[in-house]
Design a protein around this ligand. Structure first.
Ligand code: ADP
Ligand code: MG
Length: 696
């Protein structure tokens, strides 16, 4: 048995390591800089860098890298060795404060949405001292923010940090009104639950669709899928278990709190949940988790699929983003309290989230957009593209009684009066759960379930933090200027709930009736990325992000461009992969089998005495489906060409999302039918059955 506490964070230059290694005055100065977000003096940086390097060398590191999160959604790193030449052709190991604090990668090939022309390729990476440095694969990684020469954010971390500052500022204004002045910092906490699939590497490599696009573009339904729900929480197969154990160890070494692991609903699907951390650390750790999942899987002869919908007809993968607000004094602001006073504060923060989610439902939808998630949202296993909030019956009744001023009849029989009546305790356990809700209150946090498995959680948290900061700022504006705080507070909670209760829905989000009801309530239902993206560049979006200094207008437009292009490129790659597989593998397989059948038919005919009805029947069917396949192939080819010719970015995305995607579905139908007709030995792609049951 390994000593886990000793192993944990052994590869992280964390607070404990800093305290034990850095000179006391340097450590204190660095902590002060971290807390107050002030400028890091170069003298200080030099000492820290040197100690960091010594520590890294002891751990076997040879390189350092600024580790950042460009708009690709992945992480980026460029490794520099510590070597520095001295006399006699020898080297010493060096690492300066300047190298620690700032990097200048030639960043021209990262998506910038026109923010940085290639001739101005300079981008800067700047140490994010709120996230610890760590060693990964022999490289000391420094978490950094990435921006352009002009200071515009080119990454996911910068706006996330800005949104955390915004919510901190506004939440503290509100707390102050409740007499709470000792809180120095309020930060969003996030606990991501990551779903993924594991399949055998050899089967994976035979599927160009998985290799190029991360999802299967073909594949007939297997006889058994997830009908029996027998995979969910099932015992772990030895191979999966070995993978999970190594993954946990690798994550623990990096100080990542891997906590819960289990098999998910679909065959070959699994989940890993981390213990929550501040939004920034949680985002870094989720990125590292995804990376580790892939690399550890590879070592075990497996491939980890993080795509939102790798297999048609089976559940896709999401990433539940558990979100709450904490103070540096250890209080969870979404935890109902024990006194009427605490409860009034809780209710105010609660309705702030309700209002924020209602006001910015479109932006939340945008924050989880990508081509993969479009297949998931609205399918039967995932929340629909309609954003709504589950509060549970009890809390809803409390708020309704406040709204109407009537008695709350569940446990206590008197009208809820803010600041007077203590709330009944809410059950935080599984008694009051709704798995179909996109945004569910689970006792002391909200769980945003629309997030797709492959994306960075920075996006949804940027929107959540900013939207809630905006609501809190409106609340603070109002309450700071009131004479009777309690009366205004009560009215504010009442009016906010009244104005925004349309977003609260405790029923079954998967039902057809809800879609109709949501429309009647005026909630938006942005089914696809193409439908959702325009909300990002709306006046409302630009003004809220600008007001809280999260994104400038230019940054929003550049991101909008990147997202639109990424969507189009993804669909284009998928369509081209389908053409590639159909022409290179499926048609030849069909021809080979037809040839075999035709030859058999010929020889039977030559003998004259055999019944050849089976061969003729099969041949007829295969020939007819193959003809349809060819027709659909041509249609797709034309549709792709038409889309490629389209110069307008939005029109191109729309064409790809409707016409091209439609042609792809039709081509798939024909190919899948063919798969069910053609002898297994001729079919070039490992079947769904092989992929899904390949890991035992
Ligand atoms: P559930 O049973 O509702 O899934 P868990 O307690 O198992 O709840 O937690 C699920 C996820 O929510 C975990 O990642 C956990 O760390 C996270 N979580 C718990 N409390 C908070 C919080 N205050 N803020 C953010 N995430 C939290
Ligand atoms: Mg889950």
């Amino acid at each position: 048995m390994k000593n886990i506490p000793e192993l944990f964070a052994s590869m992280v230059f964390n607070d404990e390591t800093m305290r034990s290694r850095l000179p006391k005055d340097i450590y204190q100065a660095l902590k002060k800089t971290m807390k107050e977000g002030t400028h890091l003096e170069m003298e200080l940086a030099n000492v820290v860098a040197n100690d960091m390097k010594e520590w890294a060398l002891e751990k076997g590191a040879t390189h350092f890298s600024h580790w950042f999160q460009p708009m690709t959604g992945f992480t980026a790193e460029k490794h520099d060795s510590f070597i520095s030449p001295v006399d006699d052709g020898k080297v010493i190991m060096e690492f300066s404060g300047k190298e620690l604090v700032r990097g200048e990668p030639d960043a021209s090939s990262f998506p910038s949405g026109g923010l940085r022309a290639t001739f101005e390729a300079r981008g800067y990476t700047v140490w994010d001292i709120t996230s610890y440095a760590f060693i990964k694969d022999g490289t000391l990684c420094i978490p950094t923010a990435f921006c352009s020469y002009g200071g515009e954010a080119l990454d996911k971390k910068t706006p996330l940090l800005r949104s955390m500052d915004a919510i901190d500022k506004q939440a503290r204004r509100v707390l102050k009104l409740f007499g709470n002045t000792s809180v120095r910092r309020v930060f969003p906490t996030v606990g991501p639950e990551q779903e993924y699939f594991l399949i055998d590497k050899n089967a994976y490599l035979k599927r160009a669709d998985l290799v190029f696009t991360g999802r299967t573009l073909f594949g007939a339904r297997p006889p058994k899928g997830q009908e029996l729900d027998d995979h969910y929480f099932g015992s772990l197969s030895p191979r999966v278990s070995a993978f999970m154990k190594e993954l946990e160890e690798e994550l623990w070494k990096l100080g990542i709190m891997a906590k819960t692991k289990h098999n998910e609903v679909a065959p070959a699907q699994h989940e890993l949940a981390l213990i929550f951390a501040t939004a920034n650390i949680a985002t870094d750790h989720n990125q590292l988790t995804m990376e580790m999942m892939k690399s550890v899987a590879y070592k075990h002869g497996l491939v980890c699929l993080l795509h939102e919908k790798p297999f048609a007809g089976l559940n896709g993968s999401g990433k539940h983003n558990n979100w709450s607000l904490s103070t540096d004094t250890g209080a969870n602001l979404l935890e109902p309290g024990d006194t009427p006073h605490e409860n009034a504060q809780f209710l105010l923060f609660l309705v702030a989230v309700v209002k924020a989610v209602d006001d910015y439902q479109e932006l939340l939808r945008v924050s989880v957009e990508n081509a993969g998630n479009d297949h998931r949202l609205g399918a039967n296993e995932a929340p629909p593209a309609i954003v709504s909030i589950f509060l549970g019956d009890e809390l809803t009744q409390v708020l309704e009684s406040i709204e109407s001023g009537s008695a709350y009849h569940n446990k206590e029989k008197y009208p809820m009066e803010i600041g007077v009546t203590a709330l009944p305790h809410f059950p935080k356990d599984a008694t009051d759960r709704n798995r179909t809700s996109p945004f569910a209150f689970t006792g002391n946090k909200f769980e945003f379930r629309m997030t797709g498995s492959s994306v960075s959680i920075a996006g949804p948290n940027i929107v959540l933090n900013t939207a809630v900061a905006e609501t809190l700022s409106q609340f603070a504006d109002l309450l700071e200027n009131t004479k009777d705080f309690n009366a205004s507070l009560a009215r504010l909670i009442q009016e906010t709930f009244r104005a925004h209760k349309r977003i609260v829905f405790n029923g079954n989000n998967y039902s057809v009736d809800w879609v109709k009801e949501a429309a009647a309530r005026g909630l938006s239902n942005l089914k696809t990325t193409v439908d959702a993206l325009p909300a990002f560049i709306s006046e409302k979006s630009i003004s809220v992000f600008a007001r809280h200094c999260v994104f400038s207008k230019t940054e929003i437009h550049s991101r909008y461009e990147i997202l639109t292009e990424c969507y189009s490129k993804t669909l284009c790659i998928e369509a081209l992969t389908m053409l590639y597989i159909t022409k290179g593998e499926i048609i030849p397989a069909s021809i080979a089998y037809q040839h075999e059948l035709a030859s058999l038919l010929e020889s039977k005919k030559a003998c004259g005495s055999y019944d050849s009805s089976l061969e003729s029947f099969l041949l007829g069917q295969i020939a007819s489906v193959s003809a349809r396949l060819l027709e659909k192939l041509n249609a797709l080819e034309h549709a792709v060409e038409e889309a490629k010719r389209e110069q307008n970015m939005e029109a191109q995305a729309a064409l790809l999302g409707s016409k091209v995607l439609g042609c792809m579905s039709e081509l798939r139908l024909a190919a899948d039918e063919l798969e069910s007709l053609i002898a297994k030995k001729h079919w070039p792609l490992p079947s769904y059955a092989e992929l899904l049951y390949s890991v035992i």
